[in-house]
Design a protein around this ligand. Structure first.
Ligand code: SF4
Ligand code: SF4
Ligand code: SF4
Length: 446
């Protein structure tokens, strides 16, 4: 038996349409097989809370072996997983084609899918996963929604905690009064015909965060791309389904994938690239969807046509060269590489993007922030999320930079919250939602 190996690792399609996938005895056997390997290996001890929980469970069981751990306790391990993919991608020597054939995050996902099929998903979790519906509603009442979800409004937040299980101290994303698509229509931009990249065309996939919560990322992306000669359209056909995936609702993710792939197909036909504003959404389009929907050529084609935003801009700089006009940004940037950027296997494209700014001063932080999408907002997980993210908060604090930015828009506020816990009095860097905003400032287009 050989660890590692020279063959490229790969991920197997999720066999979610096979009845065996939901067979509890088979799932239990697979959990025991994999958790036993992990207990012997322990490489992932410091990635998240799932592995420490697993090791404690086994070590404290009667024989100190997986056989004496009750199956019901596996849920504690599964519940701590944010599906960040870091164990699969950065640590595990036993992923396919290794004979152990181990994909820890997808096993956690299978467990959740079995739970969801058997017991359904709780009402609050189900509602939280409806990001398009929630976003469309909340933008209509944005001042009220933002008031009610502000941490300083204790009565409202305590009520929200009771009803929705969201920790009263968790900083929730604000809603925009207007959607990104609407704002983009109101404020057309002129494409720079002199730019080396002129002739490129791209659809910016707004994503629910960009569409409803913070349109600044999409507007900055459009401005930077226009400066670089790229003609863009901003569209948000539907959510990518990541919150549904977190709940194990794989069939609903498949439906989202088919819907979005069908909406983008005519644009791809016309020669447009697809750019996702949020790394988690890019990961879904590029990698998770083709593993979930294996029989739809549109999904496959969309995956091959999709770029992460940082990846796309760095691609222009390498291929055609960027348009002139960038100025230095004072004070430097602490940059957090999000797990779902790393999971795309594209290198540190956000850091490369920041490095395009003259005299760039970038402190790169490459660790999980601990947030994990909606996972980190929940009462049961909030303190764990801060604990896992503490090393990131420490590095950001000690970097002393003027700006802090993560490609994951939910991680940024979480890191700042961690910094406040470390030292409430210390001067905090200005928080931006994506490195593209630094580039937009450097171009003077924001
Ligand atoms: S996917 Fe991330 S959170 Fe889940 S077990 Fe692996 S490292 Fe931990
Ligand atoms: S996921 Fe892989 S690397 Fe991590 S503890 Fe398990 S066997 Fe080891
Ligand atoms: S990952 Fe992106 S599209 Fe998917 S729910 Fe989150 S913001 Fe929306």
């Amino acid at each position: 038996m050989r660890e590692g190996g020279l063959e490229a690792p790969f991920r197997r399609p999720l066999d979610w349409e096979n009845p065996d996938f939901y067979d509890e005895a088979k799932l239990d056997a697979e959990m025991r097989r994999v958790l036993d390997i992990c207990h012997g290996c322990r490489r992932c001890f410091n990635l998240c809370d799932s592995f420490p929980r697993l090791f404690d469970l086994v070590d404290e069981s009667a024989k100190g072996e997986i056989e004496t751990v009750a199956s019901v306790d596996f849920k504690k391990v599964v519940d701590a997983c944010t599906l960040c993919d870091m164990c699969f991608l950065t640590k595990c020597p036993y992923v396919p084609p290794h004979e152990f054939d181990l994909d820890f995050p997808h096993l956690m996902l299978r467990y959740r899918a079995v739970e969801a099929k058997k017991n359904g998903v709780g009402f609050a979790d189900r509602q939280l996963a409806e990001t398009d519906r929630n976003g469309a509603l909340a933008t209509k009442i944005a001042p009220l929604a933002n008031w009610a979800t502000d941490c300083s409004h204790h009565a409202a937040r305590n009520a929200l905690e009771k009803v929705a299980g969201l920790h009263h101290e968790a900083v929730l994303p604000k809603y925009s009064k207007k959607s990104l698509e609407a704002l983009a229509k109101e404020t057309p931009v002129e494409v720079n015909r002199e730019a080396p990249g002129f002739g490129r065309k791209a659809v910016i996939y707004a994503t629910c965060f960009g569409e409803y919560n913070d349109p600044s990322v999409g507007l900055a992306a459009r401005a930077v791309l226009a400066k670089n000669g790229v003609e863009t359209e901003i569209l948000h056909p539907h959510c990518c389904g990541m919150p549904l995936l977190e709940q194990g609702l794989i069939g609903e993710v498949a439906a989202s994938a088919k819907q979005v792939a069908a909406a983008f197909e005519p644009w791809i036909d016309k020669g447009y690239d697809i750019i996702a504003l949020v790394p988690s959404c890019a990961l879904m389009l590029k990698f998770e969807w083709p593993l979930i929907v294996t029989d739809d050529p549109k999904v496959k084609r969309l995956a091959a046509s999709t770029y992460d935003l940082s990846e796309y801009v760095v691609g222009i700089s390498r291929k055609e060269g960027l348009a002139e006009g960038l100025s230095p940004i004072e004070g430097g940037v602490a940059f957090h590489v999000s797990c779902h950027s790393r999971a795309q296997n594209i290198g540190r494209k956000g850091a490369e993007l920041l490095g395009l700014v003259p005299q760039a001063d970038v402190a790169v932080i490459e660790r999980c922030s601990g947030h994990g999408g909606a996972w980190g907002y929940k009462t049961a997980n909030f303190e764990t999320a801060l604990k896992v993210g503490k090393p990131v908060a420490r590095q950001a604090q000690s970097s002393g930079k003027a700006y802090i930015v993560s490609e994951c828009p939910l991680s940024g506020p979480h890191i700042v919250q961690g910094m406040e816990r470390l030292d409430a009095e210390a001067k905090k860097p200005a928080l931006l939602a994506h490195p593209i905003e630094i580039l937009a400032r450097a171009y003077g287009v924001k």
